[in-house]
Design a protein around this ligand. Structure first.
Ligand code: ZN
Length: 674
């Protein structure tokens, strides 16, 4: 039951045939179940849930490896499976007999006798059948099926273009003076890149790639303005027809096609637009709620952001002699301004954030809060890459309750960014066997060098805590039915609640003390540096908040306002004109690599970050009032939020924890806006 997947001997040739076999068996299994006379939880839903778990377990390994150790063969196999899976999922959603079987149970006497979790599984299923088009007939049904297939193909292609155009760009620098200002650590990485590229280039220079840590090092620190401009241009034109990239990775047409298909899909299902369709499963119920929320937040934030922007520009002009201030100067000048105002740089913190020590400290923090113990399992655990480590979580009674794989470093053929994904979901099957949850935690931090461990920036520490918060939501669940265990069935605009909540422990001295220690001297972080870091928390907070709102409004509006024309750039320009204080150059094609909304689950839902941040700040304010390690509050958070997964409405769970509905005040206060 709890055997771990074998990653190392995945044979790409067997992926598709094995999947076909599974899907066929599942179809027959469902037909068999539907032949029964009386439907019940035991004879219909439990076996279906068990079946779904088996399929997810199989596919999770393939889809994960496709993201983190992509090869041509694996990609080919993955691509050939996507239509099969989409076809299968669409068919299930459109299966009227299955829908009626659920309806029968929902209206039977049995329903009232089921527990809350079982009832939630059934009500979610009925809702999802409707959203999956179960009411469609004839031509509409055919069209709906075709749309699903096409959408899965196009969103997958979008993501591949982002990955390929990122990997395809590099710049070899042979004159070291061009790299002036860039931290040694990053330079050593560039040197190693050049060496790895091939013997003929040995020691011949520095190879800059476009992964985020490399981009960050150049855009933030390079004194050479031309170099900054070059990497900025390459980065923000990825997968587009602008900039230096191979045009074969251009996402322009795909984006329009994706929006068009989403619009058609929503209209077939009788929604006004995709925004409305997206909200059918979220906490926010109406488009105007989302738009008002974002616009009001923008209005409150804008005056502060304008001030911050003016300060930055004036500083750049006076101190850095930059008169034609441009997008590729923003990160650079901001870093210099921060140094000026707070007298420290991100790089100064790095030696105190050695990745292994940070991880140990993180484990201590969650131990204090939730009473769990996390232990690395150093047995020969099979993984997909030598850098991956494996951990197990034990509860107070020493029972093992979950596990996770940690894959920390950036490398090519690995999707950028950081995320948590499900390897196994908690589930008790009809034989009463319990499958424990297992997570994949993936980051893209700077890899350790030959003789130096990986040293993180504070931003990277925050990212690690964020993903770990998702991980806890997945792993500490006590729900025994996979469909609503962990993050499953959680309204998407509440999914970022536990993750952003966890970030708070990166900003307090008591918790930072547990994660920060000099990697050579083993000295704790000096008091003065702590104070500077904490004082800098709200540095450019207005500009950052506004940027997130800009993305969120752009996302929601392109979905809501779609009218058959390609207005993506036009809407982006309009949002920027109304909201943004930092101007973007006309060649900026940020939207072409905005995978969250074009390839991930955030379509017409990017506002979720801000929405959930309100919950996170409000919940954390209780800890601030007492003690950030308060075990009583910790247990309450665990019981009310983390353990419940998607088994209850997020607003109800929040109220159970907080004793009242959420308020935006804590967020505004926390960010220094009020
Ligand atoms: Zn997240």
């Amino acid at each position: 039951m709890n055997a771990l997947p074998k990653f190392s001997n995945l044979d790409t040739k067997t992926i598709k045939p094995a999947l076909e076999e599974k899907l066929d068996a599942d179809r027959k299994f469902i037909d068999g179940l539907l032949q029964q006379k009386n439907y019940s939880w035991e004879n219909l839903i439990q076996p279906l849930e068990d079946m779904d778990v088996q399929l997810s377990n199989y596919w999770s390994v393939i889809s994960h490896m496709n993201s983190v150790v992509n090869t041509d063969d694996l990609r080919k196999a993955y691509d050939s499976c996507l239509p099969l899976l989409t076809e299968y999922a669409t068919e299930m959603g459109l299966n009227k007999d299955l829908y009626q079987a659920y309806e029968t149970i929902a209206h039977s006497d049995e329903f009232d006798k089921l527990n809350k979790i079982q009832q939630k599984v059934i009500t979610n299923a009925l809702r999802d059948f409707k959203l999956a088009g179960v009411a469609l007939e004839g031509e509409d049904k055919k069209q709906y099926q075709a749309i699903q297939l096409k959408l899965s193909e196009l969103t997958n292609k979008y993501e591949q273009n982002v990955m390929d155009s990122t990997d395809a760009w590099s710049k070899l620098v042979t004159d070291e003076s061009i790299l002036k200002g860039i931290p040694d650590l990053a330079k050593q990485g560039f040197k190693q890149n050049a060496e790895q590229k091939g013997a003929d280039q040995q020691n011949r220079g520095w190879l800059i790639k476009l992964d985020f840590p490399s981009y960050y090092a150049v855009i933030t620190y390079a004194d050479d303005r031309e170099l900054r401009k070059e990497i900025y241009t390459a980065y923000c034109t990825r997968a587009s027809n602008k900039g230096p990239h191979d045009k074969k990775f251009d996402n322009t047409t795909l984006m329009f096609e994706i929006l068009k298909l989403r619009d058609e899909e929503s209209k077939l299902l009788k929604f006004k637009h995709f925004g409305e369709y997206s909200l059918a499963t979220k906490m926010a119920k109406e488009s105007k709620t989302v738009l008002n929320f974002l616009n009001e937040l923008a209005e409150k934030t804008r005056p502060l952001a304008i001030e911050e922007w003016k300060t930055l520009k004036t500083f750049a002009e006076k101190q850095l002699d930059i008169t034609d201030f441009s997008a590729w100067d923003v990160a650079y000048a901001s870093e210099k301004l921060k140094l000026h105002e707070h007298n420290f740089s991100q790089e100064e913190l790095r030696p105190y954030f050695e990745v292994n020590h940070v991880i140990e400290g993180l484990f201590q923090i969650v131990q204090k809060l939730y009473g769990i113990n996390i232990v690395q399992n150093t047995d020969k655990i099979d993984t997909w890459h030598q850098d991956v480590t494996y951990y197990e979580i034990f509860d107070q009674d020493k029972q093992k309750i979950a596990a996770f794989y940690l894959d920390l470093y950036a490398r090519s053929k690995k999707r950028g960014g950081a995320w948590m994904d499900e390897c196994r979901t908690r589930h008790k099957n009809s034989k009463q066997e319990l499958q424990l949850p297992i997570a994949y935690l993936t980051c893209n931090f700077t890899a350790p060098l030959k003789n130096k461990p990986s040293l993180l920036t504070h931003d990277e520490v925050v990212t690690l805590f964020h993903e770990f918060g998702h991980g806890l939501h997945h792993m500490l669940t006590k729900v025994d039915i996979a469909g609503v265990a962990g993050i499953n069935g959680v309204a998407w605009d509440a999914v970022e609640f536990p993750s952003q909540f966890m970030e708070n422990w990166c900003w307090h001295k008591a918790s930072l003390n547990l994660i920060a220690c000099h990697y050579q001297t083993k000295e704790p972080m000096p008091e003065t540096l702590f104070n500077k870091l904490i004082a800098s928390k709200n540095f450019q907070t207005g500009m950052q908040m506004l940027r997130q709102i800009e993305f969120a409004l752009f996302d929601f509006r392109i979905h809501k306002e779609f009218d058959g024309e390609d207005k993506i750039q036009e809407i982006l320009n309009d949002v920027r004109q109304k909201i943004a204080v930092v101007p973007s150059p006309s060649f900026n094609r940020f939207q072409h690599s905005f995978s969250h909304i074009f390839a991930g689950g955030y379509a017409a839902g990017y506002y979720s970050y801000k929405w959930a941040e309100v919950l996170a700040s409000d919940a954390f304010s209780l800890f601030e009032k007492t003690n950030i390690f308060d075990p009583v509050l910790g247990q309450r958070f665990r019981q009310c939020i983390l353990e419940k997964g998607g088994s209850e409405e997020p607003l109800d769970l929040f109220v159970q924890f907080q004793g009242r509905e959420p308020s935006v005040d804590a967020l505004l206060k926390e960010s220094g806006i009020i």
